[in-house]
Design a protein around this ligand. Structure first.
Ligand code: MOS
Length: 733
């Protein structure tokens, strides 16, 4: 094992000095054919002998207590094996397990849809039928004592606000200022694969196939829920059909399947329905955001205020970090950034793709557009004028930052004309046409990670890590890193992921996966290169690895000849050392879009959209751009259609499926144009790569909002901008 701690920017620029030439290339996914032909086995699809089927039962009250179940009636139904209502399951029914530990025999219900029991039967339909028949006896809390809607609860500050200078005074003195309140509605991750687990218990070890993002973290969560040592839990997630935050933590189906498997002594599979995923996994909090932006006569920010109100269940630690990019993106000496959290009884709020920036940038970038109009300058120019020299509140520099380049590149590709921003000037038949833009920004995260790389005696290599590929392309980029470092055709590198028997890493979350685990793979490969140097007896900088041959001075050897039948196996242990906190490191980008708004119905169509992104070194251009395009598509949903709707009386979700919760479909999404701006960020990771997964959504909806204003002259400050919010205000035709 080789350990390396990143204590300073890594300027070795290793991947630009290797010979294979595959890094960054738009290689296809090795897992692609298995996925499109149905041969990739997802969590629920494993064929396990004697597997019983479980169906979750969710609470149908918003707050109270489960007094008991009429179990006899359903136990008499065909095929029914058991009704599991174990306290351990209840304890972890909220993601992250931050509900207060239940007192024995007391089953507290905190929100409508909270899992309270599992019905197990021989077949899925039998379990489903019995679960629907299970009668639950409740003590229901008086509605007057239960805050369900955000306006029924007082918000308290979450963490210390950032306060610098005097924003009230600066707003009064500003030559131009806007003081605006934007709101966004709740959202869900809407991953294609529903949450699913199969648990097996051999009397000592619990093994589960599950759909998860961060196995090394999940193993501790599950061990904790089951009161087992983590060494007695093994999790396997080889293929994950999307996560977007909803699978960062374990969900109720895994705990329920595990408890049932232990209790019944046979494997148990639990697959959530789409409706259950909506009701009991996580939501993105709705937000209310006050933006106070003030400038001097030239449009240079002197006041920057971003105060948000979000919600979560009582006791939960998470609060949507709405102001995350506001901390570093723009200038303005007088600042106030704050998050206030209201406690309400709705399904747990948690991380949904790009927690913080996804909604914070949407509102900030719309407010910046309003500010540009107030100042009377091109909104691109307003942003360029407000790129700070150093972090606005912390005394640290920025690492590589391509915001200005992205603004220029995307504006050029789009054909942006910022000279005349008067609204409602352009009509094509029944449609108002307008353009808008926004910046993109998302913090870069890096985490400790390990990976094992084996250069096999036959000249092929195997990479192994508990890292997951949630559709992002991990299999592909780790293969490329190993192929590049070891001088192999990528076809000769096998990547094995998603198993806690492999060396641990941070998994997929916060866009940290590729840079973190990729750095561990690179480190393991560096050590293997050192071993080859020893064998060849040359200097390290003389070594060239390419196409399965090592060349050193005048010696050239194929790996099988060099290895003489013995594999070289190395574990790279990458640690985020003192680099943390030295720089403000983030990914940046820019969006430009053109929309058409129907003059009669208020329907908005996105006609075209361009994004340019700076993500440090791109490990694979195709998978990186796919992430950007996916984020932009979600930006269309955020801007126009996606919103969780809750019944005010009991907090149940009234649109808990993809027929009623409207994610953008193919016809809603034009041919999106995304491009990467060349970048290396030595402070971001030894690969000089940053994250990419979440960047494409951060600001995209703001650009659409701005284009709608430019098209129609109507500024809607409540997302999503559905036709009902536009129609009454549209200009006369
Ligand atoms: Mo991301 S919301 O950390 O999967």
């Amino acid at each position: 094992m080789t350990t390396r701690s990143m204590d300073a920017p890594d300027t070795r620029n290793l991947l630009d000095h290797t010979a294979q030439g595959v890094i960054g290339k738009p290689l296809d996914r090795p897992d692609g054919p298995a996925k499109v032909t149905g041969r990739a086995t997802y969590a629920a699809e494993h064929d396990i002998p004697n597997c019983a089927e479980g169906v979750l039962v969710l609470a149908s009250i918003s707050k109270g207590e489960v007094l008991g179940f009429d179990e006899e009636e359903v136990l008499a139904l065909p095929g029914v094996i058991a009704v599991i209502s174990d306290e351990r399951m209840i304890a972890r029914s909220a993601q992250g397990g931050a509900n207060e530990a239940p007192v024995q025999k007391v089953r507290n219900v905190e929100y409508f849809g909270q899992p309270i029991a599992l019905v197990v039967a021989e077949t899925g339909p039998q379990a489903q039928h019995a679960a629907e028949r299970l009668k639950v006896r409740y003590r229901v809390e008086d509605r007057d004592n239960v805050a369900i809607n955000p306006d029924e609860a007082k918000a308290e500050p979450h963490k210390e606000p950032t306060i610098q200078g005097d924003i009230d005074h600066a707003m009064k003195e500003a030559a131009h200022a806007v003081d605006l309140t934007y709101t966004t509605q709740g959202q869900v991750s809407a991953a294609m694969e529903m949450h699913a687990s199969i648990a097996e218990w051999d009397g000592h070890t619990l093994t589960a196939h599950s759909s998860l993002q961060m196995l090394n973290y999940n193993i501790n969560e599950l061990a904790d829920a089951l009161d087992l040592e983590p060494e007695r839990v093994r999790l396997i997630s080889r293929y994950v059909g999307g996560g977007f935050g909803s699978k960062l933590g374990i969900a109720a189906e895994l705990v329920a399947a595990s408890v049932a498997a232990i209790e019944l002594g046979r494997p148990v599979r639990v697959v959530m329905t789409r409706r259950q995923v909506f009701e009991c996994v996580i939501r993105r909090s709705e937000t209310e955001q006050r933006l106070r932006l003030g400038t001097d006569a030239d449009g240079r920010l002197t006041a920057f205020g971003h105060e948000a109100r979000v919600s979560n269940l009582p006791g939960e630690k998470f609060a949507e970090p709405v102001t995350q990019a506001s901390k570093f993106l723009y200038a303005g000496h007088n600042r106030k950034l704050a998050i206030n959290l209201a406690r309400i009884h709705r399904v747990t709020a948690g991380s949904v793709r790009a927690p913080g920036e996804a909604v914070g940038m949407q509102a900030l970038e719309a407010a910046m557009d309003e500010l540009a109009n107030a100042v009377g300058i091109d909104p691109v120019e307003l942003r360029l004028r407000n790129i700070p020299e150093r972090h606005p509140t912390m005394d640290i520099p920025y690492s590589s930052r391509k915001l200005a380049e992205c603004l220029h590149v995307a504006a050029e590709r789009f054909g942006w004309d910022g000279s005349d921003r008067r609204p409602a000037q352009r009509r094509e038949g029944d449609w108002w046409i307008g353009t808008g833009m926004a910046s993109a920004a998302r913090v870069h995260n890096l985490a400790n990670a390990q990976a094992r790389v084996t250069l096999q005696a036959d000249g092929t290599a195997i990479v192994a890590s508990d890292m997951t590929d949630i559709g992002t392309g991990t299999y592909t980029v780790l293969r490329q890193i190993a192929a590049e470092m070891l001088g192999l055709d990528p076809e000769n590198v096998l990547v094995r992921l998603g198993d806690t028997d492999f060396p641990p890493g941070p998994g997929s979350g916060g866009s940290h996966g590729a840079a973190s685990t990729g750095s561990a793979v690179q480190l393991a490969c560096e050590t293997i290169r050192d071993r080859l140097v020893e064998r060849l007896g040359c200097k390290p900088d003389e070594l060239t690895l390419k196409d399965g041959f090592a060349t050193c001075g005048n010696r050239r050897a194929a790996y099988p000849d060099l290895l003489q039948g013995a594999d070289i196996e190395e574990i790279g242990k990458f640690e985020v050392g003192k680099i943390k906190g030295q720089y403000s490191t983030a990914m940046y980008g820019a969006f430009f879009t053109e929309v058409a708004v129907n003059a009669w119905s208020g329907e908005t169509r996105v006609r075209r959209m361009t994004g340019a992104f700076g993500i440090g070194r791109a490990l694979n251009e195709k998978t990186a751009l796919s992430q950007c395009i996916g984020g932009m598509a979600w930006g269309i949903g955020q801007a126009l259609t996606e919103q969780l709707m809750f019944d005010r009386r009991d907090g149940h979700i009234v649109n808990p499926d993809l027929a009623e919760y409207h994610v953008p479909v193919n016809l809603d999404v034009p041919d999106l144009d995304a491009v990467l701006v060349e970048e290396r960020d030595p402070a971001a990771s030894p690969l000089q790569a940053k994250g990419v997964g979440e960047l494409g959504i951060c600001g995209a909806g703001g650009a659409i909002c701005n284009a709608i204003y430019h098209a129609t002259g109507v500024r809607v400050r409540d997302f999503p901008i559905t036709p009902d919010k536009l129609i009454a205000q549209l200009p006369d035709v």
